[in-house]
Design a binder for this molecule. Structure first.
Ligand code: NAD
Length: 451
């Protein structure tokens, strides 16, 4: 606790020195981070393999590559983002001009989860540095190799008063939250999100909450079934389903259910072979506790495919459960594993109603070419973000702010969104002294009515 207090004090002093606000400093620090990640690619792949059995391909495409892209995107645009923006001035303010300044908050705290342990700790850091803040990262205790690596990397690159990694579990997280930091960026589960917000409320610290929930996927009867099956299989089973925006469950139109399931099986085999549990590149479940929780869901409905487990390596086959309803245990919470429950439908209205009766999803995926169906879903369901005719891809565009809505999250980031998230927008009117318009002052002499 004392260590945390002293770290935060040092960071606040460093922030007050004004160093982090210099554009050249921000650029230099981001360049340094980029170079170090490039030089350590092998090591990053290695720690992700140990923690989660991530393949080198997945480690690059879903973690390292995303962070490098974000840094590159930011470096190209940062000088323009930083400039105060002149905005219009209404006629009532005649003679003055108006500006919005992007001002860093100060000491930011980034608390991250285990599923993409590298990317989800460092992508917010890019925003924090770009916007001129200092940062403390509290990575997940479930991926100790990756957390340890990030600690070594960051302490070699930056002085602790600028960026520091504090390792530990719930207690460490809570002791950091008890301090008065200037911004909290949290990625994790909904229940912990509420704890974070409560802690932040004590000092009215602004927060971004990147949470989770059950993200639906809808396959309508006119969908391109082959492509839908391939894209859903990829989005669902990458990282063994341990992706916040993975399709959690599937609604498929009853006219195409059989065809879809057959294609889906082919899609999964194409990705992981006939025996995914023997595939050296198939991600494992992060812990015994998560493995047990997921194993319980395998009792629900009918197993259309998969269902096998490897308790020694904490691996679960890509599994599809049919004959599922909202009453099943697998539909009561975010699955966060390689199990896809499937429900069929005749009437899209029932689907919309079903989703609408549950908390706001982080993502939604709809497969149809019909514009009216697309509009119906987009206009009637509130969700964080998503794709039409694809899964997960919206996450990797720096032009799309990424985040949830209500229980799936507050705020967003990526690209300029990250810079904006870590910046306070300070609005300033610059008034002229050449003249003074009298209308705003009460006419004391004649009384207000006569103005
Ligand atoms: P988690 O909420 O259990 O933990 C996240 C972080 O919070 C960890 O660093 C952990 O140490 C800390 N923490 C845990 N309990 C705490 C407590 N009581 N007080 C203070 N800090 C605490 O989440 P997780 O299991 O690591 O990750 C999985 C969840 O994260 C899923 O719900 C998933 O949907 C969500 N997620 C969301 C996104 C997104 O971008 N929206 C991305 C990845 C994961």
């Amino acid at each position: 606790m004392e260590n945390n207090q002293s770290l935060i004090r040092k960071q606040r002093e460093f922030f007050r020195s004004g160093k982090t606000k210099e554009v050249s400093f921000r650029m230099e620090m981001l360049q340094k981070l980029k170079k170090a990640i490039q030089e350590n690619e092998k090591e990053i792949m290695n720690v992700l393999k140990i923690d989660l059995n991530k393949s080198a391909f997945d480690a690059y495409s879903t973690e390292i590559g995303i962070v490098l892209e974000e840094i590159g995107f930011t470096l190209k645009r940062l000088r323009s983002w930083i400039k105060p923006k002149r905005v219009k001035t209404p006629i009532t303010h005649f003679g003055s001009s108006s500006y919005v300044y992007a001002e860093p908050y100060g000491v930011s705290l980034i608390i991250s989860p285990w599923n993409y342990p590298f990317q989800l700790a460092l992508a917010p850091l890019i925003g924090a540095i770009a916007a001129g803040n200092t940062a403390i990262i509290k990575p997940s205790e479930y991926t100790p190799e990756t957390s340890d690596f990030m600690n070594r990397l960051i302490s070699k690159l930056f002085p602790e008063e600028f960026v520091s990694v504090v390792q530990g579990g719930v207690e460490t997280s809570q002791s950091l939250l008890a301090e008065n930091v200037d911004y909290i960026f949290f990625t994790g589960s909904i229940p912990v999100g509420t704890i974070i917000m409560e802690a932040a409320s004590k000092n009215l610290t602004p927060v971004t909450l990147e949470l989770g929930g059950k993200s639906p996927c809808i396959v309508h009867e006119d969908a391109n079934i082959k492509l839908a099956a391939k894209r859903i299989a990829w989005g669902k089973f990458t990282n063994a389903g341990q992706t916040c925006i993975a399709p959690d469950y599937l609604y498929v139109h009853e006219n195409v259910k059989t065809e879809f399931l057959q294609e889906f099986k082919k899609g999964v085999r194409h990705l992981y072979g006939d025996h995914p549990l023997d595939n050296k590149n198939y991600t494992h479940i992060v812990s015994e506790e998560h493995f047990k929780r997921l194993k319980g869901f395998l009792r629900d409905g009918e197993t259309f495919m998969g269902g096998q487990i490897d308790s020694k390596n904490l691996a679960i086959e890509p599994t599809v459960l049919t004959d599922i309803s909202w009453d099943d245990s697998v539909m009561q919470e975010e699955i966060f594993g390689p199990i896809l429950p499937v429900m069929d439908y005749q009437d899209l209205e029932n689907v919309i109603e079903g989703i609408d009766q549950h908390p706001h999803p982080l993502a939604l995926y709809l497969f149809t070419a019909q514009k009216d169906i697309q509009s119906e879903v987009l206009n009637n369901i509130s969700f964080g973000g998503g794709c039409i005719n694809d899964t997960v891809y919206h996450f990797v565009s720096p032009y799309l702010p990424f985040g949830g809505v209500k229980s799936s999250g507050i705020g967003s980031y990526h690209g300029k969104g990250s810079f904006d998230t870590f910046s306070h927008k300070k609005s300033v009117v610059k008034q002229t002294n050449l003249f003074d318009i009298p209308f705003r002052y009460p006419n004391v002499k004649n009384g207000l009515k006569k103005i």
